[in-house]
Design a protein around this ligand. Structure first.
Ligand SMILES: *Cc1c(COP(=O)(O)O)cnc(C)c1O
Length: 215
């Protein structure tokens, strides 16, 4: 099933859109099935689970962290993480920068924004975008590659669309002000199983899909 599911999803993605398979809570055997199709981008939302799976699986997998990251856990993923989608404070970015230096590397990140109606402690507010972006730009071993966000979990397509549009606006504004000639600021991570088609219509170029792959 996993192979067929993946093929079906990939057929629907425009060529500029990257698929990241969200493998949280799934067992190693299922991740191997995904791996055998050639898929190399996997995402987890918990540090411990990601480390365990990283250790158990082939080393050419690119690991994305998409869940809330506590500063005291950055050190466990700093040696190998491929992209951290969930950076939502200067303090967290400072710790990532510190651990990146220790590991003699640059760590790519996305700024996470909270645009959904649901209460959440996580994600920057849209009006914090510029100030936090400016602070993080000072950190030498962090590369800001774009932004990430989630829409409200609802059947109301108008609302979902509106929230994705807001994320796209934030992305475009930051791009214009701080990354004009910087090719690496190029990732708009939005869309999951229930809403990735709308997200792509609104400009997403990275979708994070879990349930549709494994169910
Ligand atoms: C779980 C999760 C996803 C994937 O959700 P599905 O509905 O399983 O596709 C995407 N993004 C984040 C941040 C998640 O936590």
């Amino acid at each position: 099933m996993i192979k067929q599911n993946l093929e079906k999803i990939k057929q629907q993605l425009p060529s500029n859109v990257q698929l990241v398979v969200v493998s949280k809570f799934r067992p190693i055997e299922q991740l191997l099935e995904v791996y055998e199709t050639g898929q190399r981008e996997l995402a987890e939302n918990r540090v411990q689970e990601m480390v365990t799976k990283y250790e158990a699986l082939p080393k050419d997998i690119n690991w994305h962290l998409i869940g809330h990251l506590q500063t005291n856990k950055v050190k466990y993923i700093a040696p190998f993480v491929s992209l951290i989608h969930s950076v939502d404070s200067h303090e967290l970015a400072q710790e990532i920068n510190k651990q990146a230096i220790k590991n003699n590397r640059t760590i790519p990140i996305l700024l996470q924004f909270h645009v959904a109606e649901e209460d959440s402690k996580f994600g920057l507010k849209p009006d914090e975008a510029e100030i936090v972006c400016k602070q993080i730009l000072e950190l030498p071993n962090i590369e800001i590659c774009g932004i990430m966000g989630m829409a409200t979990f609802t059947d109301n397509e108008t609302q979902v669309r509106k929230e994705f549009k807001l994320l796209k606006d934030i992305f475009d504004n930051l791009k214009e002000k701080y990354f004009n000639n910087k090719e690496n600021f190029n990732t708009l991570s939005m869309g999951m199983s229930s809403d990735y088609k709308i997200a792509i219509e609104e400009g997403s170029n990275l979708v994070r899909v879990g349930s549709l792959v494994f169910e």
